[in-house]
Design a protein around this ligand. Structure first.
Ligand code: NAD
Length: 500
């Protein structure tokens, strides 16, 4: 597979790839693969206006018919899965199996949203007044702005878009400036689905804005974008949410994680070992749900740690397009510098480091391949409490279960979490109100990799948003309480008398 063949298979022409100023590089070897046109703030405003016009038409299309568009999108994604999966690998460096997995997630959420399109149901509520009925109805909300991060360049868009579309909202996407090609490829797929769907799909129903944070800021400040769903770092989420709050708009925030796992004395260590390695080094530690902190009972620490270190030593690191590779590159050189800084700080805090450092520097001088690191920490110091977006796994010991929970929850972020234990008291306590404080809590599986059927998101600095399954669709609609008087009297609520 050449880079050029991947780009051509996704429908890009030479002109499209060379006509602009935004340089797109592949983390595989650091070479430039495109120079794209960047949208100006004025072009962004035109796109917002077009999306708003699309909303005025799309909200009138019956939801199950809107679901048909998402069904067609799912079909087009199935047909494009291999090509788009390879482009995800080319543009953000995750291994091919993970690139394909991300597209599968898009397909899955389309299936989910298709069913949801027939289940956007409200409630009937008992009225206290005779001859009255009350109901709660869900209506389309308006243009949904979606800002996404580089590390999951397509799936989070689809969690938002598939639901937003069936809920009656157009979707305006501002992808990461480090991963705009995958977004443009998805837009081409959407256009194929809309062409098959016919005239009910208005122009501007899905659009992609190419450029940096200033376009995200345009989305955040526009009153014609009532919902802004933003995935990325905590500082980005703080900036977006305060801008959206100024105009009292709605935010769905999916921000950083610092995910932990507790390994209890009763854990199945074989199972835990495999789960830990996948969760800590998958996507080279660049998942929001990556396992970053391991809290191990002192009685099994000396059994688990050497096996973990050994597993890390034999990890196949290299070109993510090649079969058998499990760890691809980091997104760019600055990520290696951030990893090195974190390791230095951890050492200064008394940490013992296994692994770390750049690899394959001769073969790929302009890329950022690293050896994943395990750091044995005496304590949960400040650096452990930060999310460093690289494959660093900090390990700590515990004696009492309560201390393990306190260590686990003692970080600012609250996305995903796990416990490895076969003691039902511990596992139930972990899932209880006094257990994990995260949006996602797993038992005997790692914290990374969620299914689309559940609501995805986390608490505290992770931002509190929920996307994908369960009732996340409600985030894209406005709720209306309606009361109908079918009598010939006019009784007032709370028994108030107001005679004229
Ligand atoms: P980032 O915050 O640098 O960028 C994310 C997006 O926000 C980009 O599109 C960027 O252009 C835009 N942006 C940045 N500043 C902005 C601003 N002030 N206003 C509007 N838009 C702005 O994040 P990144 O480096 O691309 O991604 C890594 C981070 O994303 C990690 O912290 C990771 O944990 C997080 N992440 C979270 C989830 C989740 O679901 N919780 C999923 C993936 C990634």
């Amino acid at each position: 597979m050449t880079y050029d063949s991947i780009l051509r298979a996704c429908g890009f022409s030479e002109t499209e790839l060379t006509r602009g100023t935004l340089s797109v590089t592949t983390p595989i070897d650091g070479s430039e693969i495109a120079r794209l046109h960047q949208h100006s703030p004025a072009e962004a405003e035109t796109m917002i206006a077009r999306a708003h016009d699309a909303f005025l038409r799309w909200r009138e299309v019956p939801p199950p018919r809107r679901g048909e568009l998402v069904r067609l999108l799912g079909e087009e994604l199935r047909a494009a899965k291999d090509d788009l999966g390879a482009l995800v690998t080319l543009e953000c460096g995750k291994i091919l199996q993970e690139g394909l997995g991300e597209v599968q997630e898009m397909i899955d959420i389309c299936d989910f949203a298709l069913g949801q399109s027939r289940q956007l149901h409200g409630l009937t509520i008992a009225s206290e007044r005779p001859g009255h009925s009350m109901r709660e109805t869900w209506h389309p909300m308006g243009v949904t702005g979606v800002i996404t991060a580089f590390n999951f360049p397509v799936a989070p868009w689809s969690w938002n878009a598939a639901l937003a579309l069936v809920c009656g909202n157009p979707v305006l996407w501002k992808p990461s400036e480090k991963a705009p090609l995958t977004a443009l490829a998805v837009q081409k797929i959407c256009e194929r689905a809309m062409a098959r769907f016919g005239a009910d799909a208005p122009e501007g129903l899905t659009q992609v804005m190419v450029g940096g944070r200033e376009l995200g800021e345009t989305l955040a400040s526009s009153r014609n974008v009532p919902i802004v769903s933003a995935t990325g770092s905590v500082p980005m989420g703080r900036a977006v949410s305060s801008t959206v709050a100024q105009r009292l708009g709605r935010c769905i925030l999916e921000l950083g994680g610092n995910n932990g796992a507790i390994v209890a004395p009763s854990a199945d260590l074989e199972l835990a070992l495999r789960a830990i390695v996948f969760a800590a080094v998958g996507t080279a530690g660049q998942r929001c749900t990556t396992l970053r902190r391991l809290v191990v009972h002192e009685s099994i620490y000396d059994q688990l740690l050497p096996r973990l270190v050994k597993a890390y030593e034999s990890l196949p690191i290299g070109d993510p397009l090649e079969d058998g590779v499990l760890v691809g590159p980091l997104i760019e050189q600055s990520a290696v510098a951030a990893m090195d800084r974190a390791l230095e700080q951890a050492r200064a805090d008394g940490g013992i480091i296994h692994g770390g450092g750049r690899v394959h520097t001769n073969a790929y001088p302009n890329a950022a391949y690293v050896q994943p690191a395990i750091v044995e920490m005496p304590d949960q110091t400040e650096i452990v409490r930060e999310e460093t977006f690289a494959p660093i796994l900090y390990t700590m010991k515990y004696q009492r279960f309560e201390d393990a929970i306190a260590l686990h929850n003692g970080v600012p972020q609250g996305l995903s979490s796990s416990i490895f234990s076969t003691d039902v008291r511990e596992t139930e306590a972990f899932l209880s109100a006094t257990g994990s404080d995260c949006g996602i809590a797993n038992v005997n599986i790692g914290p990374s990799g969620a299914e689309i059927g559940g609501a995805f998101g986390g608490e505290k600095d992770t931002g509190g948003g929920r996307e994908s399954g369960s009732d996340a669709w409600k985030g894209y609609m406005r709720r209306q309480t309606g009361t109908v008087n079918y009598s010939q009297e006019l009784p007032l609520a709370q028994g108030i008398k107001f005679e004229i």
